[in-house]
Design a protein around this ligand. Structure first.
Ligand SMILES: Cc1ncc(COP(=O)(O)O)c(C=O)c1O
Length: 387
């Protein structure tokens, strides 16, 4: 009997230890973990460098209120500002909190310049920005909002890939466009670079802010620190989470100077966000992942993985329909049943996770090695053969 609320359909398995790309279950099995807590353990399980930081910091100080200066957070914000588009950073605890705060920043900006009527956020229908009341309405999916009325106003939606629907939904009240640079839960759908550029142009022309949700696709996952970097587009606001904590709950909203100027004292706050324990770990994660050599390696290894997966797709066209994604944010769109395929992968000791559109999501740690990729490819082929 479990006393946990049944809001998850949990698989009947649990793990007592993790090391790098592997998980060890309580029933004595070793799994290749290509879920990594859904793109969270960016440096694998129990990364020794992170363990060391955690140990050291835990003996010094865990938590103080944001009412005081937190040097570890100051340090990380400075590093982020020096290395990315951002001028300022506001730390949170999770992705949903970061997207919510991003929405607040956009609205507050227009309020601060005397245009409070510009308060609507334009999002992709059936996207994913988290599970809070505002975030589910931002996502605009019936499945997520059903039963959680009344509807939260202030969100409009357009259809992914439909330029006309996008243009039609922009009004004089639109404050911001919020999109995932690569849709994760929605089926690993990449917004092409030319499209991001076009969206930026429209935002500039119509004086709309651009929010790029990089909670899942950011922090080195695509081989660039942010997925949008390849397009050379500069967003105004970027919520992040997942990979930046390497397994410790951390979220943040990154923003440019003009947006940050609206977030004066008292406009937003958090008890836990940016505490010394979270920040010391996150500093280490940032140092490792933002390193050029590390990112180059992500690009090399992930290109190899994509090439091998494409070979499988060509060999088994009746099983695999398409290989999607970029870097280590990979989607295998299937012809056959997704649930059965994922179960068979798991029976063969490879952990993956579903996404919409019959896609199997594959999210190895960013420091995965070639041998582990080869092992995954072998297992995927074994499963293809069983269909
Ligand atoms: C793009 C995106 N935004 C926001 C979230 C919400 O993050 P969290 O689950 O940490 O609240 C997620 C989580 O999957 C996500 O993929």
């Amino acid at each position: 009997m479990s006393y946990l609320v049944k809001n998850y359909n949990r698989k009947k398995i649990s793990f007592f230890r993790g090391k790098g790309s592997y998980l060890f279950s309580t029933n004595g099995k070793k799994y290749l973990d290509f879920v990594q807590g859904i793109a969270v353990n960016s440096l694998g399980h129990a990364n020794p460098k992170l363990v060391q930081v955690l140990k050291n910091q835990s003996k010094k100080i865990w938590h103080v209120s944001n009412a005081f200066i937190i040097p570890e957070g100051e340090m990380l914000a400075k590093k982020i500002a020096k290395k990315t588009f951002a001028d300022f950073v506001m730390f949170q605890n999770s992705g949903a909190e970061a997207t919510e705060a991003a929405i607040k920043c956009a609205r507050r900006y227009f309020y601060s310049i005397g245009k409070p009527e510009k308060n609507k956020i334009l999002c992709v229908k059936n996207s994913f920005h988290g599970r809070t009341i505002a975030a589910i309405h931002a996502s605009g999916s019936k499945k997520m909002t059903e039963g959680f009325g009344p509807k939260v106003k202030g969100f409009d939606h357009f259809v992914f890939g439909d330029h006309k629907s996008f243009l039609n939904k922009i009004t004089k009240n639109t404050a911001a466009i919020m999109i995932e640079t690569i849709m994760g839960e929605g089926g690993i759908k990449v917004v092409p670079d030319w499209c991001l550029k076009e969206i930026r142009k429209i935002c500039d022309k119509k004086k709309i802010l651009l929010i790029l949700d990089e909670v899942q696709c950011g922090i080195g996952r695509t081989g660039d620190f942010f997925a949008f970097e390849k397009s050379k587009v500069k967003p105004d606001i970027v919520p992040i989470a997942k990979g930046i904590g390497g397994g410790f709950p951390v979220g943040a909203v990154l923003m440019n100077k003009k947006v940050a100027s609206a977030m004066t004292a008292g406009t937003h706050g958090t008890t836990f966000g940016g505490n010394p324990l979270a920040m010391s770990i996150s500093n280490k994660v940032f140092d490792i992942i933002s390193d050029k050599k590390f990112l180059k390696n992500v690009r090399l290894r992930s290109t190899y993985f994509h090439d091998e997966l494409r070979k499988l797709k060509n060999k088994y066209p009746k099983i695999i329909d398409e290989i999607r994604g970029r870097g280590f944010l990979i989607g295998i769109k299937l012809v056959v049943d997704q649930t059965k395929f994922i179960k068979k992968l798991m029976d063969n000791r490879l952990l993956t996770i579903r996404a919409a559109e019959n896609v199997v999501r594959v999210l190895p740690p960013l420091n995965v090695n070639k041998k582990e990729i080869d092992q995954a490819i072998k297992i995927i082929e074994v499963v293809c053969k069983t269909f």
